[in-house]
Design a binder for this molecule. Sequence first.
Ligand code: ADP
Ligand code: MG
Length: 336
Amino acid sequence: MKVSELGEFGLIDLLTGMISTSQNKSAAAYQNLIIGIGDDAAAWKGDSATQLATTDSLFQDVHFRLSTTPWYELGWKALAVNLSDIAAMGGVPEYAVVSLALPPDTEVDDVKALYQGMIELAQRFEVALIGGDTCRAPLVSITITVLGSARDKDGRMLTRSAARPGDKIAVTGALGAAAAGMEMLDKKLQLDAESSRQLRQAFLQPEPRVAEGQQLVALGVKAAIDISDGLISDLKHVCEASRVGARVEVERIPVAPAVRANFKDRALALATAGGEDYELLFTASEEKIAKVKTALSCPVTTIGEIVAEGPGNVVMVDAHGAPVDLEKSGWEHFGA
Ligand code: ADP
Ligand code: MG
């Protein structure tokens, strides 16, 4: 059946049914919910904590292609990128509203798959889907707004502006797999089954580091960003906001093994400029980072340090501290 046959209200009813049967009613966000889907706006009882809001849109043929992105993964990713922004503040995601634009000939089953992906991730992080909007458009777009709060009672958060000279720079997980996955799907590259699975998952179903962001706050970390544009670009955002410089030791960058194995000379380019990994980059004293490494269940790698010189600049260096020209190391191939 097409969306046009079901109609806007029929579709909303169907999605509301999916959401209400699948979501965990004992989660805190639900306990505080007064009005969910069905009225002109949702309502919930806020506590006095610091509140957070973020929004991100995915547009067909700008951010995704339907030829390479299954609907389930699209729903997952649309919510994941928003949860990642809350993670990068060290916050707790609580509520999500979804604005959906669909061509009238979209299959209802595809929209159901989209919501299944979204619901799966929402359940995992106990986020309540409390409303949205549905309209027709020539192409698909999904805009999600996530509301949350700072768990910390003093309202401590992770910000881009809190990096200080002397801080070390660290990242969670490994980098480059999402960009490699996109390229693999776009160019229909044939890789071994395990690499293919890993890269595909990194690109289509990123895991937002929500728990890790909250742990960073608890351990006293103050500066962080999520890697959406790419390591260099996002670190530059931190440097600009904090008015500091950064030195990154190229050899230390944790390039995902499947990227190293399959994209040899371009692996570093994918890891530094590829983006969409949704890992957290943070800065803190060496002692704090040592504690983070013990506390977090994911890998944490120190890749460099924050310096006072060259505010807003990211410099790549080798193990001896000599500047590295990334263009000559294959970075240019990326076409950044
Ligand atoms: P209005 O005309 O006031 O905008 P709508 O008919 O658009 O109301 O929406 C009716 C209810 O359904 C609202 O509670 C709205 O939040 C919810 N809703 C609409 N579209 C979606 C969607 N795509 N996902 C989740 N909830 C939706
Ligand atoms: Mg509406």
